[in-house]
Design a binder for this molecule. Structure first.
Ligand SMILES: [Mg+2]
Length: 218
């Protein structure tokens, strides 16, 4: 999906980043997330991990057919009757980001340049404990003024009401925001509908687009 790249703007004062897949990518960590969800489905249904995997896959397929887009893992688990609390307790119990993530000096330099001009925030479907841990492992925790995790909104992205809560908490008109994420349908569609500038990133190097957008030389 081609997402519009907007003209450089000096009006932006708050940049809101998604976390997973946006500030870092890690296939093995993503696999741990999927495995944790499959095991949880298996446990709650009293079936094998293999059957848990099948149940999760068919729920995903069903949601995809209904909504004509790939559902988030969170929405799929909710659909299967697993609560957000259960899901995130399982993530906190089993995920080991320290095995997969390390200091990212390039990311730190990019964020350092941005935070001289704007306040930086995280808005993620991840929980606070893992968000803090991941940011600390990447060595970029200090650049963020606020962390909007699943505990804040209690509703996973995409969710217009939750988004409005985040915007109200930060404060400012739509033109003062820039939203940055790796999944347009999850991270950017709702903000874009409110007239907020958005950028898709697929890897850390893509974050340089933000500097161009804001006319900042990193
Ligand atoms: Mg993401």
């Amino acid at each position: 999906m081609a997402w519009p790249l907007l003209t450089p703007s000096a009006a932006v004062t708050s940049i809101v980043f998604d976390l997973d897949g946006t500030l870092y990518t890690s296939a093995p960590l993503l696999q741990e997330v999927t495995t944790a969800a499959e095991e949880l489905v298996a446990q709650t249904r009293g079936v094998s991990r293999k059957e848990g995997k099948q149940i999760l896959a068919s729920a995903e397929k069903r949601l995809c057919e209904i909504f004509d887009e790939e559902p988030t893992l969170t929405h799929t688990c909710l659909e299967l009757g697993i609560s957000l609390v259960e899901l995130h307790q399982a993530f906190i119990r089993t995920l080991r980001p320290e095995r997969h993530l390390d200091d990212d000096p390039i990311l730190a330099a990019l964020l350092d340049a941005l935070q001289e001009h704007c306040d930086l925030y995280i808005y993620t479907n991840n929980n606070l404990a893992l968000t803090r841990k991941i940011l600390a492992l990447l060595g970029v925790e200090r650049y963020f003024k606020g962390l909007y995790t699943i505990e804040f909104t209690a509703a996973p992205k995409p969710d217009l009401e939750a988004l409005q809560q985040v915007l109200e908490d930060i404060g400012g008109p739509p033109e003062s925001f820039l939203f940055v994420g790796d999944r347009p349908n999850v991270d950017l569609r709702e903000p874009a509908a409110l007239g907020i500038a958005t950028l898709v990133v697929r890897e850390t190097a893509d974050l340089l687009q933000i500097h161009r957008f804001l006319n900042i030389i990193p």
